[in-house]
Design a protein around this ligand. Structure first.
Ligand SMILES: [Fe+2]
Length: 274
């Protein structure tokens, strides 16, 4: 769930009453390789309601969540990031690419990312995925209780992390960057100069901080300090399709995204603190 609207500009996270954002022709993003020498990164960005979740789940199309598959083509192992809406289809996509899911990475606990009740809509997610594949679920320790309650998974299903850390998939290391603000245990994943940001940062805007557990001050620190180590050359892959393209460089995002406009924490809070 949802981005913080720019102050003075009407805008909200997509409502359940209708689709939001530009409509683009359907396309099926092919596997992308990192290029160069082995090992090769397996990377797919999948849009809910377009690339999966096409059935009776209209919410999948309205919420426009991105799910990611990240793995090592050489070993055939892949992690799935925020597997909501249609877990069997996500497993199938991986299998069709010759990959098997070996773990779940959770950016944060909101039901459009992990499954659960969203305004009365039951969204499928991590719990159903674990019925298909028995794999560990990685989340921040400060998000764990929320993930358990919202997604309906057990304590033993979770591997919790505190702050930064790394998770390996094949020969690749996925760095976890704890970025509180949207939720207490929100985190981003950095792999091969790709930042999977969940609802912490979008191409335009950032995650809302007015939901329970949100903290505008922490969001400012996450955007300006905790993510400062991610270079401008990295590509931003957000948790929702809220723009007219699915990714952009961090450098361009830092230049153009209005959430980077404030020069001080005080200025940030005056614009976005609530
Ligand atoms: Fe969210």
């Amino acid at each position: 769930m949802g981005e913080v609207p720019e102050k003075g500009i009407p805008g909200e996270a997509p409502s359940l009453g209708g689709a939001s954002g530009p409509v683009r022709p359907a396309e099926h993003a092919p596997p992308q390789a990192s290029g160069g020498a082995e090992p090769q990164l397996y990377f797919r960005q999948l849009l809910s309601g377009r690339d999966f979740g096409l059935g009776d789940d209209a919410v999948a199309g309205q919420m426009r969540n991105f799910v990611y598959l990240v793995g090592d083509q050489a070993t055939g192992e892949a992690m799935v990031v925020d597997p909501a809406y249609d877990p069997p289809a996500l497993v199938e996509v991986a299998e069709e690419d010759g990959m098997r899911i070996v773990g779940v990475l959770v950016t944060h606990h909101h039901p459009d990312h992990v499954g659960g009740d969203l305004f009365g809509y039951c969204i499928r997610g991590v719990a159903e995925l674990l019925e298909i594949v028995s794999v560990p679920v990685h989340c921040q320790i400060t998000e764990a209780d929320f993930v358990r309650h919202v997604a309906g998974v057990g304590k033993s299903d979770l591997i919790t992390h505190s702050g930064s850390g790394e998770v390996a998939v094949g020969a690749f290391s996925i760095e976890m960057i704890h970025t509180p603000g949207h939720t207490p245990g929100s985190q981003c994943f950095l792999v091969q100069n790709r930042l999977l940001a969940g609802d912490t940062l979008f191409l335009e805007g950032c995650g809302r901080t007015d939901f329970p557990g949100g903290d505008a001050g922490e969001m400012y620190l996450s955007l300006t300090q905790r993510l400062a180590k991610v270079p401008d050359s990295a590509d931003l892959f957000p948790g929702h399709d809220y723009s007219n393209r699915p990714s952009a460089s961090l450098g361009e995002t830092r230049r153009l995204n209005y959430v980077f406009s404030p020069r001080t924490a005080m200025e940030w809070m005056s614009l976005f603190g609530r």
